[in-house]
Design a protein around this ligand. Structure first.
Ligand code: E4P
Length: 217
């Protein structure tokens, strides 16, 4: 499973870039607004930091303007992935970008049919939003499982990018459900290696090692 970091905060990306398990970055308009920075500058800077995929989202809702915006974004760097809403206009734009060899990420996916359409439009990634479904008392993970089944039924190679991840459990459950990628906020990434038994075990090992009076170096 690939891990993307879900942020437009360059400082956070720098912090995780050499962790050994970062495979890409996703941004969205809300994250850009939170960063308080110029969108194009941020994407340029992120693409200068990492060579892996960086999702940059169009702002327009209509196909013609989406396509124009996508042309600007794709020219920033070869690793830019064009993020499009999973609407009819977004899907139409996706098809054209796919035919041009441009990678796409179809966002705000909340149903299996939307994911099916994204795959048929040749999307590189489909982003089902787990947390937002859980927020309204639906089952985000069930959507991941259903999309996995449909994509496997037809051999679609669109990658399932589990998004709107809020907890470490979301990450492990998405992995079990067969998601190809998880995009994870830095705060959740930081919790993934935590386990109280690891901490307890280390405390004992440190104390016992100290009692031997030995040194490796
Ligand atoms: C994904 O690409 C989105 O940026 C993100 O995962 C949305 O998460 P949220 O629902 O926590 O805002």
């Amino acid at each position: 499973m690939k891990f993307f970091i879900d942020t437009a905060d360059v400082g956070e990306i720098k912090k995780w870039a050499d962790s050994g398990f970062l495979d890409g970055v996703t941004t969205n308009p809300s994250l850009v607004a939170k960063s308080g920075r110029d969108f194009l500058d941020v994407i340029k800077e992120i693409c200068g930091l990492i060579e892996s995929p960086v999702s940059a989202e169009v702002a327009a809702l209509d196909h013609a303007t989406m396509l124009k915006e996508a042309m600007v974004l794709k020219d920033i760097a070869p690793n830019v992935v064009i993020k499009l809403p999973t609407t009819l206009d977004g899907l139409k734009t996706c098809r054209q970008l796919t035919d041009m060899g441009v990678d796409t990420n179809l966002t705000l996916c909340f149903s299996t049919n939307q994911a099916l359409l994204a795959a048929k439009a040749g999307a590189t990634y489909i982003s089902p939003f787990i947390g937002r479904l859980d927020d309204i008392n639906l089952d985000g993970m069930e959507l991941i499982r259903d999309i996995r089944t449909v994509y496997d039924n037809y051999g679609f190679d669109t990658e399932i990018l589990a998004a709107s991840i809020r907890t470490p459990n979301h990450v492990s459950e998405a992995a079990l459900a067969g998601a190809d990628v998880a995009t994870i906020p830095a705060s959740t990434l930081a919790k993934l290696a935590n386990h109280p038994l690891t901490d307890k075990g280390l405390d004992a090992f440190v104390a016992d090692w100290k009692s031997t009076g030995q040194s490796i170096l």
